[in-house]
Design a protein around this ligand. Structure first.
Ligand SMILES: *[C@@H]1O[C@H](CO)[C@@H](O)[C@H](O)[C@H]1NC(C)=O
Length: 114
């Protein structure tokens, strides 16, 4: 509980700073541990949400790389591969998470053509 409060204060503080300076000054920070279970959870959320929107049946294969940015919560920008059962593709997705209320929203999900 205490940790959550500290995190909340941190988020409000940093997002206030980011807003003051304008969106363009917001910085993406590379995710160091791409195998972090929470990163996988965010990637799975992105693929599932995309499937719901598009009617496709993609399944997450793996996350290749990612960044996070603090914006009243956290934006995850992940590059991942997913398969529809017969062919595998790379996608870039952005998920907005407000962890303290367990909120996630898919902002974008687009194929990356190598
Ligand atoms: C998977 O994607 C490929 C390439 O877009 C397509 O040709 C194929 O029909 C798709 N397969 C399924 C099962 O949707």
């Amino acid at each position: 509980m205490k940790l959550e409060c500290i995190f909340l204060v941190f988020v409000f503080f940093t997002s206030a700073v980011a807003r003051k300076d304008g969106v363009n000054s917001a910085v993406w920070n590379p995710i160091e541990d791409i195998n972090d279970p929470h990163v996988t959870e965010v990637a799975k959320f992105a693929v599932t949400a995309y499937d719901k929107q598009s009617g496709e049946k993609l399944e997450l294969e793996k996350v290749i790389k990612g960044d996070t940015m603090v914006v009243t919560g956290i934006d995850y920008r992940l590059t991942l591969t997913a398969t529809n059962g017969s062919s595998s593709n790379s996608y870039e997705t952005i998920v907005w998470e407000k962890p303290w209320i367990h909120f996630k929203s898919l902002l974008s999900f687009t194929p990356v053509h190598a």
